[in-house]
Design a binder for this molecule. Structure first.
Ligand code: SAH
Length: 412
């Protein structure tokens, strides 16, 4: 090991220089080491290497680690010159994050949340989720993975865990590791049934990166449950395991239609309904390309009281390639055409490349094109457990608008 001084127990630092044109950005706290900002990348030889980051004039910027992620070369984890990037620093950051979630641990109606949110909690490339006594660690690079023993040690000594699982979200030998990544404790029985605002949610920690629920949409599901679903017919597109449909049904929706391209979505959605004492045969679960479904629905003249639009940032099917940045407006226009007057559209986008402002523009443009007026009645972003770093706006990726579809544009 080249970067550990065994006698001192210290992790040695390698000095990395930032191009002067980026100096201001980094001095004001930007945590991600972008490829284009580093002038001496040849110094980066082994992931997990500890970095002392300065600019080309020698001004101290911060300390961090080398870890290759699609987003960059690594993360700065402290801006204090006297800090050492060592076990103590990882321990302090983790314990601070656990403390911030105290109220989440005490909430019996919601037993799943994010315990550690990467750069938002001071260490980019690492997330830890909590599912009713089970923990799931996501490692986004080989670099952060090299600190596994420290991180697992802190987690296991500071929490009353039942079991700890992990996902390596980086390629090893060109392949993503997606199997049953059990670390320690008790092996869970899957699906693990967790609660979200009193509703049963099925979680699988043994089936790859997507565990069955996107917890960052918790407040949006709650809004359906408490406010928007009642008495409405619901169309849930890109429905995945049907979580929005289940909350809508429990919130008094007349009927739900869930549409997703993946075969597995049928059985997972049915399971979600059953877990909440709803007979799945009373609901529509459709395995189909949303774009094809929209075409058919429009031809038939379908109208829904509530349409949910939560596509992935990028998707490719046999017939279509979808990119949220380019195609969202078109998708929203189709949703508008399928929504009744005074109906609701839940428009969600999780692409960090589309800003809040741009998203509002897209919404406005789509309604204008359709000649329909509208009102944004609620907006949502990441919930509190998804702590964000204000110096890293890309991490604040979730944008959700709950929109009331009104009458013709010119009637206003
Ligand atoms: N809205 C969901 C999460 C969506 S995840 C929730 O809140 O739980 C993205 C989903 O989109 C995946 O399940 C994927 O199978 C589906 N998908 C991707 N492209 C699609 C397409 N063209 N038509 C239908 N579903 C698609």
């Amino acid at each position: 090991m080249i970067d550990v001084d065994e006698r001192e127990g210290l992790w040695m630092e390698t000095t990395i220089k930032i191009n002067m044109s980026f100096s201001k950005k980094y001095r004001s706290g930007y945590p991600l080491l972008l490829k284009e900002a580093v002038v001496n990348p040849d110094k980066l030889v082994e992931e997990g290497q500890i970095l002392n980051v300065i600019d080309e004039e020698g001004t101290f910027i911060g300390k961090g680690y080398y870890g290759l992620q699609n987003k960059g070369l690594g993360w700065i984890v402290t801006d204090k010159k006297d800090d050492l990037v060592d076990e103590g620093l990882f321990r302090r950051k983790l314990i601070k994050a656990f403390g911030r979630r105290r109220s989440f641990f005490e909430n019996e109606r919601t037993t799943a949340f994010r315990l550690f949110n990467g750069e938002g909690d001071g260490i980019g490339g690492l997330t830890i989720d909590y599912f009713d006594g089970f923990y799931l660690i996501n490692w986004y690079s080989e670099g952060i993975y090299s600190f596994k023993s420290t991180i697992v040690d802190v987690l296991s000594t500071h929490t009353a865990y039942r079991g700890i699982y992990e996902k390596k979200r980086f390629a090893t030998d060109g392949k993503y590791v997606e199997d049953d990544d059990f670390i320690m404790g008790e092996r869970g029985e899957f699906p693990l049934i967790v609660k979200e605002n009193g509703v049963n949610v099925a979680v699988y920690l043994n089936e790859g990166a997507m565990v069955g629920v996107f917890m960052d949409q918790r407040h949006v599901r709650e809004a359906l449950l408490n406010t928007y679903a009642k008495g409405r017919t619901v169309l849930n597109t890109f429905s995945y395991t049907g979580a929005f449909s289940v909350f809508a049904t429990l919130g008094g929706a007349e009927k739900t239609t869930s549409v997703d391209l993946a075969n597995r979505s049928r059985e997972k959605t049915a399971e979600h309904f059953t877990l909440n004492n709803v007979d799945p045969s009373t609901q529509h679960i459709i395995v189909e390309d949303v774009f094809a479904f929209f075409k058919r629905a429009e031809k038939r003249g379908d109208r829904y009281g509530l349409v949910i639009l939560d596509p992935p940032s990028f998707a490719r099917s046999k017939k279509y390639t979808f990119s949220a940045a380019k195609d969202y407006s078109g998708l929203l226009q189709q949703a508008i055409r399928l929504t009744e007057e005074d109906g609701i559209i839940v428009a969600s986008i999780n692409h960090s490349g589309v800003s809040r402002k741009k998203f509002r523009k897209m919404i406005d443009q789509s309604f204008r094109e359709e000649g329909i007026s509208y009102k944004v009645v609620e907006s949502h972003s990441l919930p509190d457990d998804y702590q964000v770093d204000r110096h890293y706006p890309e991490g604040n990726y979730l944008k959700v608008a709950i929109i009331k579809r009104l009458g013709q544009w010119n009637e206003e």
